[in-house]
Design a protein around this ligand. Structure first.
Ligand SMILES: [Zn+2]
Ligand SMILES: [Zn+2]
Length: 162
C-alpha cells in the first residue's frame, strides 16, 4: 500500500463526524483529521526510535481521543472569539460535558505546563495524586482535580511533573 493510500485509510478510520452545508467546514475538518494522523505517525515513529514497547504506544483512536480531550479542556483557559457557527450539527452525542463532575485530565493536558493554577474551592475533596489521601480545598483550575498545596505537601507540583 502506498503512503497516500495508507494516509487516506487512516483518516477514514476515525473521521470527524460533523455535517455542514459549508464546503470550507468540511475542508477544515479534513485538514484536522489529516494533521492528527500525520502527528500520530510521527509520534509512533519517535516512540519506536526511543525504544518504547509497542504495547505502550497509544493507538490512533486513543491518540485522537487525547487530542480531543485536550481541546475540550482548552475551553477553560481560552476565551471564545467570534460567533459560534449555527450550521454545524454533530451526528453523535460526543459533546464535552459543560460542567464535568470530576473529569480526569488526559496525560496530554496534565503535563502540558500551560494554564494550571491552584484555586481555592468551597467543598473539600480527596487529593488525586497517586498514593496521597489528603483532604483538601485546593484544585487545579485546568484539570479540575483536588491536589494538596501546602508547606508539608506539594502534590500540585508533583501531579504536573512527568
Ligand atoms: Zn492541572
Ligand atoms: Zn496530596
Amino acid at each position: 500500500m502506498g503512503g497516500v493510500d495508507l494516509l487516506d485509510s487512516l483518516i477514514a478510520l476515525y473521521r470527524t463526524k460533523i455535517r455542514s452545508k459549508k464546503w470550507y467546514h468540511r475542508v477544515v475538518f479534513h485538514m484536522f483529521d489529516f494533521a492528527v494522523v500525520e502527528v500520530w505517525l510521527l509520534y509512533r515513529r519517535d516512540s519506536r526510535d526511543c525504544g518504547i514497547p509497542p504495547k505502550d504506544v497509544n493507538s490512533l483512536a486513543k491518540f485522537k481521543a487525547d487530542v480531543a480531550g485536550c481541546l475540550c479542556m482548552e475551553k477553560k483557559t481560552l476565551k471564545r472569539r467570534g460567533r459560534p457557527s449555527q450550521h454545524i450539527e454533530e451526528e453523535q452525542p460526543e459533546k464535552c460535558p459543560k460542567t464535568p463532575v470530576e473529569p480526569r485530565p488526559s496525560t496530554l493536558v496534565r503535563f502540558d505546563q500551560t494554564g494550571h493554577w491552584p484555586v481555592w474551592v468551597e467543598r473539600k475533596g480527596r487529593c488525586k495524586y497517586p498514593g496521597c489521601s489528603g483532604i483538601v480545598k485546593v484544585q487545579c483550575s485546568k484539570c479540575v482535580t483536588y491536589l494538596c498545596f501546602s508547606v508539608e505537601r506539594n502534590c500540585f507540583l508533583n501531579f504536573h511533573k512527568q
